[in-house]
Design a binder for this molecule. Structure first.
Ligand code: WT7
Length: 567
């Protein structure tokens, strides 16, 4: 029997108090995610249970019990407090998937500060816009990433401390830097947990916007209620699971379901800090006897490409349940998974803004390959007619995916940008920015995004951010960035560029521009191709029409071009 049981009954009798009760929380109580993920599990007598099996890319292994993660998060929390970090201040985690990232996240939350995880592959420009918008006070990082912080430090007066977790004790520390070693610190047995309440800010994740700079999605400690229950019911996570979430905590999947929910449930988590290879992944599942595996479509398609034979080389019989998130999970991938693993990947749909799964396929419910499934119990989801901003009267038509904005882990605002937050609502509905249809049985079928944001390998890339980086190159006059199709990543980034007088398109210039923007952005946002063009399609008012370029790349109808300049 699955945790969720019969879906329709759960929907009928649903209340978030189910999760509140299981977590022993009553409205008005103190609620601190850091405490729930560590101290509470220890208080339940499970301090010696393994919380985290970690393996680095060099093969180094580390294992932490729940008592170990309780002590380590206390120790990091106390260190930050000692530096003068106060509740409500933003502390950035800028690290690879090393244990300090997971433990630091919990330590930050324990002292009531706001955890701001940033993907460690970000270049200095991507880092700068996010740290300056958040007015971040401290950055926890590794020595290999510290140079990127140093480069922009002068423009970041709010940063008081750069904490280096692997300092060798030899190289001199630079401006505002301080060394911290978890191994060498005396474990802090008792830490006063900051008495955060339901609405106290917890996590700040940056997400790409279409027109402006990235937006800081602000979450609160009460998000735990949704994250806990969706992990139990949608991911079917159980206390005795050996769980592997492949996402990096630089992104929301890696925190909601890679730290918060699994530790709050008290499962054993496995983290592999190594690049993708089918062999390494299967080996990890075999070695750790993984039972529940949460991954993403691009990874699944890459595994598919690696073939069926390699699967047979490993003992994957421990697997019990599989789920996926981040981008469309094509039906072929679901069917393939059924064939090779003996079970489908269950697609789940959500966003940084939703904080937890809002639509999904649930164990026990018929999986319709290619569909995202149905709204999680307690979530009201619909598809709006884009013109009337009202739900369609009949099913089957593509419209805007909209949600009633009332579940515990919904974002509370965009950091310092209430205006952008308010723009996400129409007629009282929260507009996700995605398009979908609903079939007669209530299943959602994803149809694409409703804006210019590019989803490459499950990562959202803002065309605006890439265009801004391109425009800083002296040869670039104008640029327009769109997606183009790709068999594995579904979409990849493509840039159209016009050159300033005196510059000529060439292979060398292409390379030079690529190298120039690589340092500023992250590898994920890098264009796969730059196409030099004499001019870009524009509206009469001079706005670049990405839509036209996009349609050409995808071989689609161009649609209404009546506002075009040169038609
Ligand atoms: C966007 C959110 C929250 C997980 C990580 C991504 C796309 C997400 C699906 C899915 C089709 C999906 C949507 C969404 N997306 N899940 N199952 N099928 N598309 O979080 O970076 O905020 O991206 O990812 O476009 O709006 P994110």
């Amino acid at each position: 029997m699955s945790n969720i049981g019969p879906y329709d009954e759960r929907v009928k009798n649903f209340s978030w108090t189910i999760a509140e009760k299981e977590l022993g929380y009553k409205p008005g109580d103190v609620i601190n995610i850091g405490w729930y993920c560590t101290d509470r599990i220890c208080e339940q007598g499970k301090g010696s249970k393994v919380a985290l099996h970690w393996e680095g890319h060099t093969g180094v292994e580390k294992t932490y019990t729940y008592n170990d993660i309780r002590l380590a998060s206390n120790t990091i929390g106390a260190f930050l407090r000692g530096l003068g970090v106060k509740d409500g201040e933003r502390v950035c985690l800028f690290m690879d998937k090393i244990p300090e990232l997971y433990l630091g996240f919990l330590g930050i939350l324990k002292i009531g500060a706001i955890a701001q995880p940033l993907f460690s592959a970000f270049g200095d420009e991507s880092l700068f816009v996010r740290l300056s918008n958040a007015e971040t006070s401290a950055v926890i990082t590794q020595k290999k990433h510290a140079p990127k912080v140093r480069k922009i430090l002068e423009k970041l007066p709010h940063i008081r401390h750069i904490i280096i977790v692997d300092h060798d004790g030899v190289a001199p520390l630079k401006d505002r830097e301080v060394a911290f070693s978890l191994q060498k610190s005396v474990p802090v047995e008792h830490l006063d947990i900051h008495p955060t309440k339901a609405e106290s800010a917890s996590v700040l994740h940056y997400t790409s916007g279409t027109t402006g700079m990235p937006k800081g999605v602000q979450h609160v400690h009460y998000s735990l209620i949704s994250q806990y229950l969706t992990a139990k019911w949608a991911l079917d996570l159980r206390e005795d699971d050996i769980y592997w979430c492949t996402a990096d905590p630089g992104w929301v999947t890696g925190t909601s379901y890679g730290i918060i929910a699994p530790f709050a449930i008290g499962v054993t988590q496995c983290v592999l800090d190594a690049g993708f290879s089918a062999e390494a992944w299967y080996k990890w599942i075999e070695k750790r006897r993984v039972t529940m595996w949460y991954s993403a479509p691009t990874a699944i398609r890459s595994l598919m490409k690696a073939g069926d034979e390699i699967v047979k080389k490993f003992d994957l019989s421990s697997l019990r349940h599989l789920a996926s998130v981040g981008e469309p999970l094509n039906s072929e991938a679901v069917v393939w998974s059924q064939k090779v693993f003996g079970m489908p990947f269950y697609d789940t749909y959500w966003q940084t803004e939703t904080g937890s799964i809002v639509i999904g396929n649930y164990p026990g419910m018929e999986v319709r390959p290619g569909s995202m499934g149905k709204p999680f119990p307690g979530i009201t989801g619909t598809v709006l007619d884009p013109v009337k901003s009202e739900p369609y009267a009949a099913h089957g038509r593509i419209g805007l995916v909209a949600l009633k904005f009332d579940w515990p882990s919904r974002m509370r605002t965009y950091w310092n940008n209430e205006e952008a937050f308010q723009k996400k609502f129409r007629n009282g509905w929260y507009i996700t920015g995605d398009r979908s249809k609903i079939d007669k049985d209530g299943y959602f079928w994803f149809a694409g995004r409703d804006d210019d944001i590019i989803n490459t390998a499950g990562h959202l890339v803002s065309p605006f951010e890439v265009e801004s980086a391109l425009l800083e190159h002296p040869a670039v006059a104008e640029s327009a960035v769109v997606s183009k199709p790709d068999p594995i990543n579904l979409e990849v980034v493509k840039a159209f560029v016009t050159l300033k007088p005196g510059f000529t398109a060439s292979k060398d210039l292409d390379l030079e521009i690529m190298n120039f923007i690589r340092k500023k952005l992250s590898p994920l946002a890098m264009p796969q191709e730059i196409e030099f063009v004499p001019s870009l399609p524009k509206t009469r008012s001079g706005k670049i029409m990405r839509r036209i370029l996009h349609a050409k790349e995808w071989g689609e109808e161009i649609g209404d071009t009546s506002t075009l300049e040169n038609d």
